[in-house]
Design a protein around this ligand. Structure first.
Ligand code: SAH
Ligand code: AVI
Length: 325
């Protein structure tokens, strides 16, 4: 399907699911667009820039935990395993995991296709002994894993606390679908961000340099580029709010004045002060995280945290479900 025009005046493919989610989300009250649409090429680059920000503690904390737990982790992962990473992005954390568990194959899965292929190419060059098979797709939908890894023991890798970007029901569904695709006996190494003070959380999602603001606002540019939108992006500002009762950071785009625009020919108005809800980043206490995993069919085996207990890496196994012990 070709779209007629975009910000650059060039025609390109319209993703019908993107169109559907944006048109539906802008008509909802409160307005909301799923966070997965942040990740076009520019969005993926901006996310990478976020991971280097002084305020954004999760990435460097998780890398520190991964380095510290390597020997313990390696002892628990069978030889000749296939690592399957969900939402791999630039695969920045992956070399550490690959050097640690020395798998036979690595399957990165991401919706940000160009970014995925470039990262996978670089990784394959740096690790010639590992079979790297990138898979472009939506990990919330059933995905067929490459037949080449069929007989290998599996280690799922879901870092970054990307699980926190889902509502609890969606997170459980995703864990169940990972269990179904990786199979009984598989291991899952998952990163989960802990609940902590607003003084740390809010700056992590509203940094002084404005990179997270640019990441959030890029969604509006993407709509203008890919869905022939006329959104006046300068009429919106980034907001990051800690919702304590739901234990989550919410990101919103707030209209600073009454604004009117069209997307794919449909007209929308947003009064000053109203927002488009663009992301949830749920945080979990230690018991909450383990309950979530069990709800998704994964039995926690080991857990590692940083000295300040900001972030956790949990290793879980798809064991047969038992009522007792
Ligand atoms: N794992 C990396 C990147 C996290 S950013 C890290 O820990 O730093 C989240 C990544 O998940 C992005 O690369 C985004 O493109 C991808 N992603 C988000 N929703 C997705 C979905 N539904 N299916 C596949 N990939 C998704
Ligand atoms: C990918 N995900 C886990 C990030 C997070 O922290 O929720 C996305 C992000 N949003 C703003 N900053 C980072």
């Amino acid at each position: 399907m070709l779209k007629p025009e975009n910000e650059d005046g060039a025609a390109s493919l319209v993703d019908p699911q993107f169109r559907h989610d944006v048109l539906t989300g802008l008509a909802l009250r409160p307005r909301a667009i799923p966070a997965r649409w942040f990740y076009d090429r520019r969005g993926s680059e901006l996310f990478e820039a976020i991971t280097d920000l002084p305020e954004y503690y999760p990435t460097r904390t998780e890398i520190g935990i991964l380095d510290a737990c390597c020997a313990d982790l390696a002892a628990r992962v069978p030889a000749g395993a296939a690592v399957v990473e969900f939402g791999s992005g630039s695969s920045a954390k992956t070399p550490r995991l690959l050097d640690c568990v020395k798998p036979a194959a690595y399957v990165p899965i991401d919706i940000s296709g160009d970014f995925l292929r470039e990262s996978a190419g670089a990784l394959a060059q740096a690790h010639p002994g590992i079979d790297v098979v990138p898979l472009e797709g939506d990990f919330t939908r059933p995905l067929a894993l490459p037949p080449a890894i069929g007989a290998m023991p599996k280690l799922g890798f879901f870092p970054g606390s990307t699980i926190g970007n889902m509502l609890a029901a969606g997170a459980v569904d995703l864990l169940r679908s990972m269990r179904a695709s990786l199979g009984e006996g598989a291991l899952l190494l998952i990163g989960i961000d802990r609940i902590k003070g607003e003084d740390v959380l809010v700056p992590a999602y509203d940094d002084a340099a404005g990179v997270t603001a640019a990441f959030n606002l890029n969604l509006l540019h993407r709509i203008n580029r890919e869905l022939a939108g006329t959104i006046p992006v300068d009429d919106f500002r980034h907001r990051a709010i800690w919702n304590d009762s739901r234990a989550r950071i919410e990101m919103h785009l707030e209209a600073m004045r009454d604004t009117a625009f069209t997307v794919d020919g449909r007209a929308f108005t947003i009064p000053a002060g109203e927002t488009i809800h663009t992301e949830n980043s749920h945080k979990y206490g230690p018991r909450d995280a383990r309950l979530l995993l069990r709800g998704g069919g994964w039995t926690p085996l080991a857990e590692w945290t940083d000295p300040a207990d900001r972030f956790a890496l949990i290793l879980a196994e798809a064991q047969p479900e038992r009522f007792a012990p």
